[in-house]
Design a protein around this ligand. Structure first.
Ligand code: FES
Ligand code: FES
Length: 158
């Protein structure tokens, strides 16, 4: 077993995990944070996207041990004080989801994309930036629309 100390959504967690434990299973099974989904076993769907020290990563591509000493943010921390995050609101208002399975991953990836952009994102920037996230239901149009709406209300780089 390996000892890991990971700060998740602002709370430090110390645990003994098997060295092969993936970060996504550490979050879901050890911490009960099941908003981070597993949608494939080929690192291709992005349903497991979280922020690691503020950057989006696929949590199925990292070992829990690789997050030792680092900060992870999951979808559970996006709403604050009972208020949805602007991205969550925008997905709701613009019908950016159907089954919702991919949505946490899209929101985490979009949050990082918006924050890291040097200016307002275009539709093409969003489509390119979220190539690593797959949705089986929506056809992407309303996801892109949601992210365009959210970036305005986030005031980022506007
Ligand atoms: S579960 Fe991680 S990319 Fe699909
Ligand atoms: S809303 Fe169903 S997979 Fe995207």
């Amino acid at each position: 077993m390996t000892h890991v100390s990971v700060t998740v959504n602002g709370v430090q967690h110390d645990a003994e995990v098997e060295p092969r434990t993936l970060l996504v299973y550490f979050l879901r099974e050890n911490l009960g944070l099941t908003g981070t989904n597993v949608g494939c076993d080929t690192s291709s769907c992005g349903a497991c996207t979280v922020l690691l020290d503020g950057d989006s990563v696929k949590a199925c591509t990292l070992l829990a041990a690789q997050a030792d000493g680092r900060e992870v943010t999951t979808i559970e921390a996006m709403a604050t004080d009972g208020e949805l995050h602007p991205l969550q609101k925008a997905f709701h208002e613009n019908h950016g989801l159907q089954c919702g399975y991919c949505t946490p991953g899209f929101i985490m990836a979009a949050d990082s994309l918006i924050r890291e952009a040097s200016g307002p994102l275009t539709e093409e920037d969003i489509r390119r930036g979220l190539e690593g996230n797959l949705c089986r239901c929506t056809g992407y149009h309303n996801i892109v629309k949601s992210i365009l709406a959210a970036q305005e209300s986030m005031g980022a780089n506007a």
